[in-house]
Ligand binder design. Sequence first.
Ligand code: SF4
Ligand code: SF4
Ligand code: FES
Length: 246
Amino acid sequence: MAEYTLRVFRGDAKGGEEREYRVQAAEGWVVLDAIHAIQREQDGSLACRWNCKAAKCGSCSAEINGIPSLMCKTRLDALPPGPIRVYPIKTFPLIRDLVTDVSWNYEQAKKIQAFTYDPKIGDQPFRIRQRDVERVQEFRKCIECFLCQNVCHVLREHQLKDHYFGPRQMIRLAGLEMHPMDIADRAEMIWQEAGVGYCNITKCCEEVCPESIRITDNGIIPLKERVIDSRGLLRVLRGLVRRRTG
Ligand code: SF4
Ligand code: SF4
Ligand code: FES
């Protein structure tokens, strides 16, 4: 066993403070184990969200020593010596202690046209090239931890939630747009409503993704290229229509 000091944020939307706890931890403990030990042995009112403890449900996102991380994937013995500061993610409204209200992300997701397959295919099985499968599978690894949304400066510093859906929704869109069996055209929506132009490719989102999804290189940049191509084509078509209709 080893002793660790945790400084955990306690409070709600009205304000709060850091509280210190000392925890005896067994080898291999992660930050979530220490939070559970605090709840069990010292303070049952400490609120945190978790579900799988296997880095797969995306619920336990927090800022550990200022670094957005999953509490269940961050080992205590991998952190630098000294007190460990555990805070809620900042970009979304605080409910209590380590729990934030991330429902805004689901509201944006509802605005995205779902997978739309070509009815001409009928009951035939999908035949898709392996490289197309792999391209889309990368985006499907997302566990909706929203750590990428938490660090994106468009949402965090500039609070432009009315203008940009954020990196998590960009990779959802990329997964749909790059699926060879999807026939929906979302280009205008990606540009206007989802606001892909607000991303300036800082790649902060990629750095924190626990699934190592290459959000910008494989998702957002190709989306931008598609939208630009499509809008360029739209302009040419509109010009032709104008010319023909006089
Ligand atoms: S690369 Fe784009 S989506 Fe990712 S953090 Fe930067 S601005 Fe946000
Ligand atoms: S893209 Fe990565 S960081 Fe963003 S929500 Fe999905 S798993 Fe989390
Ligand atoms: S508890 Fe599920 S990702 Fe951490």
